[in-house]
Every structure is written in C-alpha cells, then in structure tokens.
Design a protein around this ligand. Structure first.
Ligand SMILES: [Ca+2]
Length: 260
C-alpha cells in the first residue's frame, strides 16, 4: 500500500513538474504561472529598456494594475517566474526574478537580483506590473490541435484585455498557426490593439510578428515545439476579434515534405 502511495505521489509530482525546467537550455517561464501570480513583465512598445520610472508606472496603471512590490515579485518568483530582464518595480527599485542560476543572467545567483533604489528615475528599464484582476483569457495549450479565439468571440473583444496563449507540444514536433478570421482595431503600427506571435517560450525572444487590422495573416510555423501569443487591447475601440487554428506536426515529416 505504501509503495503504491509512493508511486502515485512520484507520478503526480513528475506530471506537475514536467512542464517546468530547462528545454534546449532555456528555463521555461510559464505564462500561466505568471498570470496566476498576478505579476508580469512588460517592455515598452519601443522595445527593451525604454521606460523611465514614471512611464513604467503609467504602463502598469494603463493596463489596470500597478508596479509590483518586492514581495509580489518574490512570491511570483517562488512559483517559477523567471525573467532575464531588469525592470522597475515598486518604490523606484530595479531588478529581476531568477529561479535557476545561470552564468548569463543574474550573476549565477537565485532570487530577486536587485539593482536597488535608483536615484536617477530617468534611467530606462522594463517594468514589472501586478494586476490580479486582469481578465481571464489565454492559457497553456498542450493539445495537438486547437482553435484559439479572441475573448468573447464571435462577439467583439473588450477594452483593456491582455491574453497570453502558450502552446507546448512534445519535443520533436512543430506548430503551424493558420488564421481563420482576423479583425483587430487598425492603426498603421499596431500600437492600439494587436496580436503578437513569438516562436519562443515567452514574449521576449523569437518575435514573428505583430498583427492588427482586418488582413488575414499568413500561416506561421514554429522552429521548435513551443509558441507564445499575446493579445492586447487598449482603452477604446474594439473590433470583431480573431480565430485561428494551430496544428502540431512531426518535424521530420516537415523536412521530408519540403525537400522531396
Ligand atoms: Ca482598441
């Protein structure tokens, strides 16, 4: 009986722990955990390290939250929130959460790597926001095939939404995104509302494109077994939303079909 219990516990833990950890040398920073903790990392729309303190505060507030406190960032870190980019958090401090020690990030340390309270609030960093009430949308998807829709589809999406979809299929497979319908508030640089696609575990690397308007984007194929999508809507003007399908396929099959 005790052996069975041990085996059950072992299998349960294995199942729980498996999505975490290193894949191809990158620690998986789960978007789901990020959302569960209410903390998320935010870059300026102009790119990395572009936000002064007041701007960082404004970005979080604009999205319905505020800059994370040290305690909130640490609570998120303790359940796996790992980001290799320095950002403002509460009271003019700058730092970033490290779960797994690595020589390339965090000086080999684990914890909140803090640059302390910054005297010069005009320095430019990213931001760590806290927003426990962000509307529920997105999620971690592990199915072989699935339709993804903007929140409320086929109705219009609402203002001030932030959704992350993180697709994860078995190693050795790749992912094809195929857009079925697309209608997102249009502006020339997609600064208002947009869908971003990343060929990556997170929304920091592997940028594939930012989409808005009503032009149906082409198919997007991942290079590996993960993809991330981020949808953001601002404070005014909504649109019909979008619908797309992702399908996982065997990477070797892809090569065969493309070279023969
Ligand atoms: Ca809008």
């Amino acid at each position: 009986m005790r052996v069975l219990l041990f085996l059950w516990t072992f299998c349960f833990l294995l199942k729980e722990v498996r999505p975490w950890g290193y894949r191809n040398g990158v620690f998986h920073n789960s978007i789901w955990l990020e959302r569960a903790a209410g903390v998320y990392h935010r870059e300026s729309r102009k790119g990395r390290y572009q936000l002064m303190y007041e701007e960082a505060k404004a970005v979080c507030k604009y999205e319905g939250g505020h800059l994370a406190t040290y305690e909130q960032l640490e609570a998120a870190r303790q359940i796996g929130f790992h980001v290799c980019a320095a950002g403002w958090f509460d009271k003019g401090r700058v730092g970033y959460p490290i779960v797994k020690a690595g020589s390339k990030c965090g000086f080999g340390k684990v914890g909140i790597i803090s640059y302390g309270y910054r005297v010069n609030k005009s320095e430019r960093w990213d931001a760590y926001c806290y927003n426990p009430n962000s509307k529920e949308c997105g999620g971690v998807l592990t199915e072989q095939k699935k339709i993804i829709q903007s929140p409320g589809f086929p109705d219009e999406y609402q203002d001030e939404e932030i959704c992350y979809w993180h697709i994860r299929v078995p190693v050795g497979q790749r992912i094809r995104l195929h857009f079925l319908e697309f209608d997102v508030e249009d502006d020339t640089s997609c600064l208002a509302d947009y869908l971003e696609v990343y060929d990556s575990y997170d929304d920091v690397s592997g940028f594939k494109g930012r989409f808005c308007g009503d032009y149906l984007p082409d198919d997007i194929i991942s290079t590996g077994n993960v993809m991330t999508m981020k949808f953001l809507s601002d404070a005014s003007i909504t649109a019909g939303g979008f619908q797309l399908e992702y399908v996982a396929f065997n990477a070797s099959l892809f090569l065969k079909n493309n070279f023969h």
